[in-house]
Design a protein around this ligand. Structure first.
Ligand code: SF4
Ligand code: SF4
Length: 359
């Protein structure tokens, strides 16, 4: 488990160029340098040199971060920003009762058991098709907590993949670890990472896939040569056609954690009677990010509303995305708006086609 001190050299790599300001969704609204990585690094450098105390004020600014990773992707010094913030939050948590309580809720005992109970309930009420035949392309599917306990993605996937040569392999995975990193619960993150790595390494598969962009990104940050693809990238390569009787005008929200979205346009080319329109700033954050919503509710709503304005203004009937948290952020922004577009996962939209043809 890396401590804040271990990142001293990494923090010093910050050249104070300020490029992170141009991409940080929180800085764009607050204009406050302490909200973006550059300002946070100045404070953390002060803490490491003993000039500043890791007090409530610094903790407030550490919490003022969506963990979207946009600054990390843009930083010319390639600083692993989110890992440093997680280590700093872990230090803060040692003296904070509220964080200790959150860590308790995130523990294997509470979070893990609750997830297992909900998974068991799902198995009772949702009958999966049995006896899936052996197929050529084997996908090890990391479902993510939301899909583990809901049925929409499962049924959508089985409809889409029915006549393809793709076989889905499921394993008993833990959470991908994103919420634990965001709260600074590094011990729980390591526990989840190690469990998931064991499951991945003990399985034979062609591709490791996820449909949630945050899970995909988390797995790609595990190291150990693990590479996770978005399942929609694989679907986009299949000889499939999605036919809709009613015309649809759709737009796409790119989740911050989705690195490659080339598959989106490829998929829309396979859809008959579907028009794609790009909304302004389609890759801007939706404002919904775990603890960020709880700690900075007003800020989260401001970012969600900005996103919703762009979705409404592009004139689409449906906003599509590939992350359950983004679906909540988009819905929050569109709440109580007249003639607001519907929000759906892209997988669900594809499965809603009146006909899926294997050409
Ligand atoms: S972009 Fe990177 S190097 Fe530049 S100020 Fe931000 S964190 Fe520092
Ligand atoms: S992770 Fe996102 S919200 Fe946090 S400082 Fe970087 S760009 Fe801003």
């Amino acid at each position: 488990m890396e401590r804040l001190q271990d990142f001293a050299d990494e923090i010093n790599k910050c050249s104070k160029c300020g490029l992170c300001q141009s991409v940080c969704p929180v800085y764009k609204i607050t204009g406050n340098d302490c909200a973006v990585s550059r300002g946070k690094f100045v404070m953390l450098d002060g803490v490491l040199k003993g000039d500043l105390k890791l007090n409530k004020n610094i903790e407030k600014y550490l919490d003022l971060c969506l963990n979207c990773g946009k600054c990390k992707n843009f930083c010319p010094s390639s600083i692993d920003v989110c890992k440093i913030f997680a280590a700093a939050k872990n230090e803060c948590a040692k003296k904070n009762i509220q964080s200790k309580f959150i860590f308790f809720l995130e523990s294997k005992f509470i979070f893990g058991n609750l997830l297992n109970i909900l998974k068991s309930l799902k198995k009772i009420f949702w009958c999966k098709q049995a006896g899936m035949p052996d197929k050529t392309l084997k996908l090890l599917y990391f479902k993510g907590c939301v899909n583990e306990i809901t049925t929409t993605t499962d049924s959508s996937l089985s409809k889409i993949l029915k006549n393809t040569d793709i076989q889905i392999i499921e394993k008993d995975f833990d959470c991908c670890g994103t919420p634990f990193l965001s709260s600074g619960n590094l011990k729980r993150y390591e526990q989840a990472r190690e469990h998931n790595l064991r499951q991945i390494k003990n399985t034979e598969y062609d591709y490791l896939v996820a449909d949630c962009a945050s899970c995909q990104d988390a797995l790609n940050n595990y190291g150990d040569d693990i590479y996770c693809t978005n399942i929609l990238e694989i679907i986009a390569e299949q000889k499939l056609k999605f036919v809709y009787k009613k015309p649809h005008k759709v737009t796409f929200h790119k989740p911050c954690h989705l690195q490659n979205d080339d598959f989106v346009k490829k998929l829309f080319e396979k859809c008959e009677n579907v028009e794609y329109v790009e909304m302004k700033d389609y890759d801007e954050c939706c404002g919904f990010a775990g603890e960020f919503v709880l700690n900075n509710f007003a800020m989260s709503r401001t970012i969600s509303n900005k996103k919703a304005d762009n979705a409404v203004n592009c004139g689409a009937d449906i906003v599509l995305t590939t992350c359950p948290a983004c679906i909540l952020g988009l819905k929050a922004g569109l709440l109580n708006r007249k003639s607001a577009p519907k929000v759906k996962s892209l997988i669900e939209f594809l499965a809603d086609a009146d006909e899926i043809i294997n050409c």
